[in-house]
Structure formats: C-alpha cells, structure tokens
Design a protein around this ligand. Structure first.
Ligand SMILES: [Zn+2]
Length: 52
C-alpha cells in the first residue's frame, strides 16, 4: 500500500485503472469501475461485484 493506492482506482475484475477522483461511487461509497461497472466491495472482493 502507498500513496498511489489512494489516488488511483484499479479494478480487480477487469484491471482497468482510473483516477479515484474521476470515477463514480455507489450508494455505499464503494468505487465503481468506469470500464465494467463492477463495484469494489471490501465485503466480497473480486467476484462479488454487483450489477444493476
Ligand atoms: Zn472493471
């Protein structure tokens, strides 16, 4: 973990990266991947993504 981890979101599902300030967050505050719309939930990890 380092400063980069806080500034850049990396999707665990598709591997896409984007600035943390440039992505969307779901109603629970989890980052939403701009590429595949996977939600990075700490409760489930990769594979526990939620799709609308
Ligand atoms: Zn993704």
């Amino acid at each position: 973990m380092g400063p980069t981890d806080r500034a850049v979101f990396t999707c665990a599902d598709c591997g896409a990266s984007a600035p943390s300030f440039g992505i969307d967050y779901d109603r629970l505050g989890y980052p939403v991947c701009p590429a595949c719309e996977a939600v990075e939930s700490p409760l489930g990890g990769p594979g526990a993504r939620v799709r609308p």
